[in-house]
Write a protein that binds this ligand. Structure first.
Ligand SMILES: [Zn+2]
Length: 321
């Protein structure tokens, strides 16, 4: 994913929305003194992140990618989901034909009221933000950028098997998110673009969607992302309110973050209200985790406490909707 530089007018608009949003979400957070007990094991989520990283970089067209994809399917099936695989040859900006696979897992497929949870499972083929230019052609481990979101969702799948939900829950692992290039918006999120154009279920319109991206970093902060606020302010407010009520207000900062080109934008364009939970530091120039798109995005940068804050928040959201 990458950050979009908005025009000054957009930033002023964003700042105006931000002050309103902060006040409203702050009220709901402080009013809400009860929260649902949810099952979420951060150590299990951590081991799911590590398991992916152990395959090696999950770069499309590599044996590591294929092997990890097979394992993800088996794991979701083991946790009781109905799994559909979408295989597609997707053309990258540089002409490479990517052998991509979206993995779509459903709980209660016959229930109309559905929540979609998603994360990208591919790794960026180039560590082009690495401080050492000699490493710019190396792939990233993607412990945080990719595996963290998938790890949280695999743990949620495990919990859903143990304690089945009332509502319809879909877990989507999208491929080919991170084979993009700076300045070309169309080059990112290829797997999600394919998914919305070729939905595996007819007339697929979940009530809401939550994207998890870079949700395991040490010292992570999550701000309210610009496009999410435009498309799904109530979902964002509910999530940030839950996080605050569970004591995670110092991680889920109730303030506006950047405008991020990520998988959720493709869902929003398709009419699905979607929120991106993504690490973002508003005071920084880049904004993302310092390991973003570097060879340092490995297990050393993963903190189970961050996985827990995100996992519990999302679990409470799906248990209360
Ligand atoms: Zn990335």
């Amino acid at each position: 994913m990458q950050k979009i530089i908005l025009s000054l007018a957009a930033f002023l608009f964003l700042a105006a929305c931000g002050s309103k949003g902060n006040a409203a979400a702050g009220e709901s957070a402080s009013d809400d003194t009860t929260h649902i007990v949810v099952g979420f094991d951060a150590d299990s989520a951590y081991s799911y992140v590590k398991r992916q990283v152990d395959f090696g970089p999950r770069v499309p067209n590599t044996p590591s990618h294929k092997a990890c994809g097979d394992w993800l399917v088996a794991e979701l099936e083991r946790h009781g989901a109905s799994v559909t695989q979408q295989n597609a040859s997707l053309k990258a900006f540089d002409g490479t034909a990517l052998s991509a696979r979206n993995i779509f897992a459903q709980y209660n497929p016959d229930v109309e009221n559905r929540i979609l949870l998603l994360a990208h499972w591919d790794c960026r083929p180039w560590a082009d933000q690495d401080p050492d230019p000699a490493k710019h052609k190396f792939p990233v481990d993607g412990a945080n950028d990719g595996a963290s979101g998938v790890g949280v969702l695999l743990e949620i799948a495990r919990q859903l098997k143990a304690n089945p939900p009332q509502t319809g829950i879909d877990i989507l692992f999208v491929d080919a998110e991170d084979w993009g290039t700076d300045g070309d918006e169309e080059s990112w999120a290829l797997g999600t673009r394919y998914f919305v154009e070729n939905p595996p279920v007819k007339d697929y319109f979940p009530v809401s969607a939550i994207l998890l991206d870079m949700v395991g970093g040490k010292g992570a902060k999550f701000c309210r992302e610009y496009f999410s606020e435009q498309a799904a302010p109530r979902v964002a407010q509910a999530l940030w309110g839950i996080a605050a009520s569970r004591g995670y207000g110092d991680i889920f900062l109730n303030q506006l973050g950047g405008a991020i080109t990520d998988d959720h934008v493709q869902l929003i364009k398709h009419g699905i209200p979607a929120v991106d939970i993504i690490e973002y530091h508003p005071e920084d120039n880049v904004g993302f985790n310092p390991n973003w798109h570097t060879t340092s995005d490995n297990m050393e940068g993963i903190d189970p406490a961050t996985l827990r804050a995100v996992g519990e928040t999302v679990m409470e959201y799906i248990r209360s909707n």
